[in-house]
Design a protein around this ligand. Structure first.
Ligand code: C5P
Length: 236
């Protein structure tokens, strides 16, 4: 996969999302559909956007008993999604079951990329220790969960670009890192604490970047997308 810029489609409904897409008429994009939009609009949205030539990152962060996750993953694969997520906290068996489900449901031969969420970025070390009762450091926990994901046969993890190099070092250089928290130098940071520019994400070894508001709320979304793509990919 060629270093995609994945646009986070954090819209309330299909109408708003498709109004945004009119800026890109005819262009094939890589779109991240999260829980909000999926729970509102359902599988038909994914099928329609696939039919229009877009790639889909369906970010539902599956986390349940292995059998349920396997069956859910099979359904997601039948939709033809290109990328999806599970929670590493579900354990190795659960993640392996997700991969089995994806394989069973894939009809085209193109297995979706499956990446794990290690610890949510909203989780602090303090919260992890006190509420989740995990005694290790946040950094060690993230690397341990990433290694579990690798053992389960997943392709990679979602992480900050700032962690991508360390994770590759500790897990495998080819372990796929999908990194949100991207902003252009000139953008506001919104609620993201640790942001990096597309150029920096590239130098840190990210494989794919996820960008939401820097594109979706830009005065000229197409121009913002092109600028990010050029910075991220450089001269190829
Ligand atoms: O608008 P913004 O670029 O901050 O959006 C980033 C997207 O990536 C959102 O859909 C957000 O939920 C997602 N994300 C994140 N941090 C993570 C995992 C996902 O920002 N650790």
């Amino acid at each position: 996969m060629n270093r995609p810029v994945i646009i986070a489609m954090d819209f309330e409904n299909r109408q708003e999302a498709e109004r945004f897409l009119t800026s890109f008429s005819g262009e094939s994009l890589f779109l991240k559909v999260g829980m909000e939009l999926f729970y509102k609009e359902g599988p038909s949205l994914v099928r329609d956007w696939k039919r229009e030539g877009h790639r889909i990152f369906l970010d539902l962060k599956l986390h349940d008993i292995p059998n349920t996750v396997k069956r859910a993953a099979r359904q997601l694969a039948t939709l033809g999604v290109d990328m999806t997520t599970v929670h590493a906290a579900g354990g190795v068996k659960m993640m392996a079951a997700a991969m089995e489900g994806l394989k069973e449901g894939t009809t085209t031969g193109d297995l979706p990329i499956c990446v794990a969420v290690t610890q949510l970025t909203s989780t602090s070390e303090e919260m992890m220790k006190e509420e989740l009762y995990i005694a290790h450091s946040l950094e060690d926990t993230v690397v341990h969960y990433a290694n579990n994901a690798k053992r389960a046969g997943l392709h990679g993890v979602v992480c900050s670009a700032l962690e991508a190099g360390h994770i590759k070092e500790q897990v495998s250089p080819s372990f796929y890192t999908v990194t949100p928290g991207i902003r252009l130098q000139s953008d506001s940071h919104d609620d993201q604490q640790r942001v990096v520019t597309p150029v920096k994400a590239k130098s840190l070894g990210s494989d794919a970047i996820v960008v939401g508001r820097s594109i979706t709320t830009a005065d000229d979304p197409k121009a913002a997308y092109e600028k990010i793509k050029t910075e991220w990919r450089g001269k190829e």
